[in-house]
Design a protein around this ligand. Sequence first.
Ligand code: FAD
Length: 117
Amino acid sequence: YFDDDCPLDKKKLGLCSWMFLHTMAAYYSDTPSSQEQKDMFLFIHLFAKFYPCKECSRHFQNTLENYPPDVTSRKKLSQWLCEVHNVVNKRLKQLLFDCKVVDQRWRTGWEDGSCKK
Ligand code: FAD
């Protein structure tokens, strides 16, 4: 995927963006202040607005209207993001992700220890 220094195509941009978003959610506060909740809600909407793939931006902004971000805690945000990523996966006919293991994928590493170096 990253063996060149050329501009990103839609897939590379998508992969990098999901990596960032899921990691951000995985390290969001367990008990965010009301200001942090407002800021995260706004950030996600601005991210969608300025996402540099027009088709994706349009779809994602529509998705946010049907699935408003749950910014009340790290776990809620991680689950919400997993669900909206699955909305995109479904539209692209990609495999759906099991949201029960979202913390293992993006925060703790797999239970079998395969992420430990
Ligand atoms: P990705 O879907 O990029 O996933 C990366 C990794 O995340 C996977 O390897 C998996 O380990 C993990 N993962 C997968 N699903 C989940 C989940 N539900 N929860 C947690 N982790 C998960 N592409 C288009 O062609 N059209 C679009 O309209 C479009 N809209 C997009 C909107 C947004 C906001 C973003 C960020 C991307 C969008 N993309 C769109 C890109 C698309 O979603 C993929 O990123 C791209 O096709 C590359 O797919 P991938 O197979 O590398 O895996």
